[in-house]
Design a protein around this ligand. Structure first.
Ligand code: HEC
Length: 139
């Protein structure tokens, strides 16, 4: 191997040695660091979502990308609404739907798997439901 080849090869290795860990760490951190800043009253719901729901569900505001269950931004975003604040009644309806899913679980016998019910207590369920209802569709 000529000296020049040796040096360029060395440089290549060096670049890879820096680039690969950087890429890995970057995507690794996504779940936590990709989370959006939310109002302080939604923070606890956000972190409960990350630990209890994020492995199965993608939600932009939580920075999660689970794909066992449906993408909640797509499923719950009020489709066809113009940009801007979502009507309070829509948020409440969504909150009820999410709460129901958390408490009862979901098994619609589709090709999707099933979602276990009752994994959170009542207060936690309400916090998560409010967080999801207020943030779904942001991404
Ligand atoms: C083990 C994976 C798993 C976990 C954990 C999980 N889900 Fe699900 N979830 C699913 C699957 C799968 C479905 C779709 C089930 C179906 O349609 O049959 C679903 C469906 C839903 C739906 C849609 C219900 C509807 O009305 O259509 C909501 C909302 C939801 N999940 C919210 C949550 C929240 C909030 C949490 C955390 C407390 C959570 N999920 C935790 C797997 C999971």
């Amino acid at each position: 191997m000529s000296k020049k080849t040796f040096i360029s090869f060395g440089l290549l290795i060096l670049v890879l040695a820096v680039l690969i860990p950087w890429l890995v760490f970057r995507s690794d951190g996504d779940a936590a660091r990709g989370a959006q800043k939310v109002p302080s009253d939604l923070e606890s719901g956000q972190s409960l979502f990350q630990t209890n729901c994020g492995t199965c569900h993608a939600l932009y505001a939580a920075g999660t990308d689970g794909n066992y269950g449906p993408d909640l931004d797509e499923l719950l975003a009020p489709a066809g609404l113009p940009e801007g604040p979502t009507a309070e009644s829509t948020i409440e309806a969504t909150e009820g739907r999410v709460l129901n899913a958390i408490e009862e679980g979901v098994d619609s016998s589709t090709t999707l798997g099933r979602m276990p019910g009752g994994i959170l207590n009542e207060q936690q369920s309400e916090e998560v439901a409010e967080f999801v209802a207020r943030t779904a569709g942001e991404g």
